[in-house]
Design a protein around this ligand. Structure first.
Ligand code: MG
Ligand code: MG
Length: 272
C-alpha cells in the first residue's frame, strides 16, 4: 500500500455493518470466479467475471482506477506475490493463483484475498498455502481490544517464518479499511509483541500475510505493478478484513462462499 495519513478512523457499529456488506460481496465475487479457475482459462476472463458480478450487485470494483490500477482483480500467479495484472495468460495445471478483490459499496470498502490451486498442485506448495491461511487466523486471534498491532504481526511471523521457515514479505503490509481502501494503521506481517498502535473498539483492519516459500525478498516487474519473489519460488496471500472486538475479532469478510464453491467443483469433477 501507499503512504497515507497516519490518522486512524474508528468506525461506529453502523459503519462496521456497511463494511461487512462490502466484504460479503467480495466473498461472493471470489466464489463467482472459482468456477473459472481451471486450466486453459485466461486470467482476463476471471477479471471480467468479477467485474460483472460486482456491478450486477450494485457495487463498484474497489481497485479499478485506484492509484490508476486498471482492473477489478489483482491476479498473481506462482512466484508473483501480489498486484499481478489480469492478462492473456492461460492458467495451467499445478499453478497457484492469488486473487485479491476489493469492493466499494455505500461509501465503504471491503477487501479480501485467497490463493487458489489450479487442479493438482505440488505437496510443498499446498503446504505453503495451508500455512499462510493458518497464519492469517493466528493474526486474527490477536485482533482484540487491548492488544497492539505488533501482536498480530508477531503471531504471523512466528508461525510462518520461525516455525515453518518461509519468508515474510516486508515491503507490503495490511492496513485500516473504511471510506478509503488503505487507511492507517499499517499492519505488517512481521514485528514485535506489544509494539505499534493499540487495538481499540471500532478499528477495522485488513490482515493479509504474504508468505514466500523461499526467501522474503521481492522484486517489482517492469509493468510497475506485479510484485514477485526474487528467488522465483512460489508465494501465497490470504486476507480478511476484521473489526477489532472484545474477546474475539469480528471477521467481516468470509471464505465460506469460496470454500463451498471449491468443494462443489471437486465433487462435480469426481462424478463426471
Ligand atoms: Mg486485498
Ligand atoms: Mg488489503
Amino acid at each position: 500500500m501507499r503512504k497515507k495519513s497516519k490518522k486512524i478512523f474508528y468506525k461506529t457499529k453502523e459503519e462496521i455493518e456497511l463494511i461487512r456488506h462490502s466484504c460479503t460481496l467480495v466473498g461472493k465475487t471470489h466464489a463467482a470466479v472459482v468456477d473459472f479457475i481451471r486450466p486453459g482459462v485466461k486470467t482476463s476472463k476471471l477479471d471480467e467475471v468479477a467485474e460483472t458480478f460486482i456491478r450486477d450487485n450494485d457495487a463498484v470494483p474497489g481497485f479499478k482506477g485506484l492509484y490508476d490500477f486498471p482492473f477489478t482483480l489483482c491476479i498473481s500467479i506462482n512466484e508473483e506475490v501480489v498486484h499481478g495484472m489480469p492478462s492473456n495468460y492461460e492458467l495451467k495445471e499445478g499453478d497457484v493463483v492469488s486473487i485479491d478483490c476489493g469492493v466499494l459499496s455505500n461509501g465503504y470498502y471491503g477487501d479480501s484475498a485467497y490463493t487458489y490451486c489450479v487442479g493438482e498442485v505440488r505437496e510443498d506448495v499446498k503446504k505453503l498455502l495451508e500455512v499462510t491461511k493458518e497464519s492469517l487466523y493466528k493474526g486474527i486471534e490477536q485482533a482484540v481490544i487491548g492488544k497492539r498491532v505488533g501482536d498480530i504481526s508477531f503471531a504471523i511471523q512466528q508461525y510462518t517464518e520461525r516455525k515453518c521457515g518461509y519468508g515474510v514479505v516486508r515491503e507490503l503490509v495490511g492496513h485500516g479499511v473504511g471510506r478509503q481502501l488503505h487507511e492507517a494503521p499499517e499492519v505488517p506481517n512481521f514485528g514485535k509483541r506489544g509494539r505499534g498502535p493499540k487495538l481499540l473498539e471500532g478499528l477495522v483492519i485488513a490482515i493479509e500475510p504474504m508468505i514466500n516459500m523461499g526467501k522474503k525478498d521481492v522484486i517489482r516487474s517492469t509493468d510497475g505493478w506485479t510484485i514477485s519473489t526474487a528467488d522465483g519460488k512460489p508465494s501465497a496471500h490470504f486476507e480478511h478484513t476484521v473489526a477489532v472486538s472484545k474477546n474475539q475479532a469480528d471477521i467481516l469478510s468470509t471464505f465460506k462462499y469460496i470454500e463451498a464453491a471449491i468443494k462443489n467443483n471437486i465433487e462435480l469433477s469426481e462424478i463426471t
